[in-house]
Write a protein that binds this ligand. Structure first.
Ligand code: FES
Length: 101
């Protein structure tokens, strides 16, 4: 399935597989998401900002994920932790961006 990372005016396509975590698809594509804690919701180095138009296609964040995102200074309304998103066909062509370093 196709996914897109948006950086200003530039849009790059990368591939994900249903059933894998968004974090794993991003890392395979070489995006600089560290994912330091391996998905334990302890680091937020997997923070991505989902395009507002696509946000509703994701399952809602858990309370724990919301709590972690609250601690991230660059967090936005459509922020998510990529380690908590398991891809399904509903997310085909999802667009996301990375927070500014
Ligand atoms: S990998 Fe640490 S919170 Fe997602």
């Amino acid at each position: 399935m196709k996914l897109y990372v948006v950086d200003g005016d530039a849009v790059s396509e990368f591939m994900g597989e249903p059933g894998e975590r968004l974090l794993d698809a991003c890392q395979r594509a070489g995006l600089p998401l560290e994912g330091t804690c391996g998905g334990d919701m302890a680091c937020a180095t997997c923070h991505v900002i989902v395009a507002a138009e696509d946000f509703a296609r994701l399952p809602p964040a858990s309370e724990e994920e919301e709590d972690m995102l609250d601690l991230v200074p660059a967090s936005r309304r459509t922020s998510r932790l990529a380690c908590q998103i398991v891809l399904t066909p509903a997310q085909e062509m999802l667009r996301l961006s990375l927070p500014a370093a």
